[in-house]
Design a protein around this ligand. Structure first.
Ligand code: FES
Length: 112
């Protein structure tokens, strides 16, 4: 009889504001903002995910953008406050991690 193998952790691939690359272990059910904040990637998540701060702004690698659910209108409205928005910009508090996102690549943009 074979032993059950421990499930491999899923990872987020992050480029930080200094251009350094990281692979962060991600936990299903957590918001991407929470994962980035807890790994001290410079994401504060000031409003706790209520779309009031946009401090959790990330840029999703274009090859992943279509694999995420599209942003809701209130997320798009919250990004209006940002000085620089890319076509694949998202607020990471609105992305709930699931293991099918394993390998997701994103960049934390420079603060302006
Ligand atoms: Fe405030 Fe995402 S944490 S908008």
């Amino acid at each position: 009889m074979t032993q059950p193998q421990p499930k491999a952790a899923s990872v987020i691939k992050v480029t930080d504001r200094n251009g350094n690359k990281h692979e962060l272990e991600a936990v299903e059910g957590w918001r991407v903002m929470e994962i980035l904040r807890d790994y001290r990637m410079g994401i504060e998540g000031i409003c706790g995910g209520s779309l009031d701060c946009a401090s959790c702004h990330v840029i999703i690698d274009p090859k992943w953008a279509d694999r995420l659910h599209p942003p809701r209108e209130d997320e798009i409205d919250a990004m209006d406050e940002l000085p620089l928005v890319e076509p694949t910009s998202r607020l990471s508090c609105q992305i709930l991690w699931s293991d099918d996102l394993d390998g997701l690549e994103l960049t934390i943009p420079q603060e302006v």
